[in-house]
Ligand binder design. Structure first.
Ligand code: SAM
Length: 212
């Protein structure tokens, strides 16, 4: 995602009622930020938040938390929330490496990763959100019956992710390299901003579902 430092983004986030300011204090108590106690799904690297806003609208019986490390990007999601607030969606500005300090063991029922940064250099592979190092972090927060869903148009990152799943001791439940032509996996699919952009250029979209 192209980044521009947007003046005022940090201030807007620190004064927003939709953005959680001290997420580590909510560890084990995330349901307290929502009006209803219901399953908790998170997206890591949510960008401008379109996917989560559409998901939260379509599934009022789920609570959603969107995680994004750059305030200038998260600001776009906050602006959309101010226009159409959703009771079951909140945001956190943080780096996902800290995720196990923020959610308690088994507190998260589903993790979404959409069009995660590829970090193409081998020496940066630990930074990929589907690396075994990240799967170990997800292991600490995901409910026993929970699962992770990952979409990308990047074939190399997808191959890497498929290889990391067994290395991390996880199990591949389903996968496709052409989501939009896969009748089963595409059911109820909600497109992300990047998914729309890349599929409109003709790139096939890959998706996998993994659990333990
Ligand atoms: N998920 C959105 C979509 O599909 O349209 C945005 C995809 S964009 C390519 C990836 C986003 O993930 C960027 O906004 C980036 O800042 C965020 N991101 C990457 N690594 C992250 C990390 N370790 N913690 C939090 N956010 C991260």
């Amino acid at each position: 995602m192209r980044l521009r430092n947007i003046p005022g983004a940090d201030d807007a986030i620190s004064s927003s009622e939709y953005c959680i300011q001290t997420p580590t204090e909510l560890k084990g108590n995330w349901q307290s930020v929502f009006p209803l106690s219901q399953p908790l799904h998170i997206e890591i690297g949510m960008g401008k938040g379109r996917f989560l806003m559409d998901m939260a609208t379509a599934h009022p019986d789920i609570n959603y938390v969107g995680i994004e490390r750059y305030s200038s990007v998260l600001l776009r999601a906050l602006q959309k929330m101010e226009l159409s607030p959703l009771p079951n969606l909140r945001f956190v500005c943080m780096d996902a490496t800290e995720i196990a300090d923020v959610f308690d063991k088994g507190e998260v029922d589903r993790i979404y990763l959409n069009f995660s940064d590829p970090w193409p250099k081998d020496r940066h592979s630990k930074r990929r959100l589907t690396s075994r190092q990240f799967f170990n972090r997800y292991d600490q927060i995901l409910a026993k019956e929970g699962h992770l869903e990952f979409k990308t148009d990047n074939q190399d990152l997808f191959t890497f992710s498929l290889e990391e799943i067994p290395e991390a001791g996880w199990h591949l439940d389903a996968s496709t390299r052409d989501l939009h032509h896969d009748e089963l996996l595409n059911q109820g699919n909600i497109m992300t901003e990047y998914e729309e952009k890349f599929s409109s250029k003709g790139n096939p979209i890959c998706k996998l579902i993994a659990s333990r």
